[in-house]
Design a protein around this ligand. Sequence first.
Ligand code: ITT
Length: 196
Amino acid sequence: MTSDQNIIYFVTGNLHKFNEVLDLFNKEKINFLLKQINIETIEIQADSIREVASFKLNSIKGQIKGTYFIEDAGFFVDNPLNGFPGVYSSYVMKTIRNKGIQRLIDDFTKTQAHFTSVIALYFQPLNKNFFFEGNVYGKVSKTIRGSGGFGFDPIFLPNIKPNKTFAELTTTEKNRISHRGQAWKKFLTFLKEIKY
Ligand code: ITT
């Protein structure tokens, strides 16, 4: 069992995600230290990222002494795939990958897609769970572009910067507009305002 008072543990096996959150964390004055910890979590098949995140958070209970969070994300092609891969994002990334998604699309100009991120926090001083959600909207790119980021980043064109895929942005640029960045902003407000 791990224990430390001023540490917040980010439970993730995905170093890309951790580095994005670390970049956000380092820009703020927060009275905590961020540490990555990789613990086996349970990822259920549910209808929403929020449900998956909630279950995943509860599956860690009792394994870390202190405050910790997980983050669950998904990529949704709303048009023309009615939200696929969504909660199946990990599996799709492992199997058909970005090329497989592109093969399912005829007209890229009409695509609508979004990422959702849910940060699920267990805040030890209050013995309570909290959730922070962020979304970013855009289109699917016809070509795979960029070497930054990870996962679906090379095929996502955010509406705010429609000429670049997420993989063509720096970590800081992506964080400024991304689903994870949005969820993070809410998490940060919580950390700054919470009285305990
Ligand atoms: P954890 O250990 O934190 O669970 P994970 O890689 O399993 O890491 P998720 O379940 O949250 O992460 O992500 C589901 C899939 O979506 C996975 O294949 C990721 O590569 C992809 N993904 C998540 N965030 C992304 C982002 O910001 N940009 C592109 N793809 C992303």
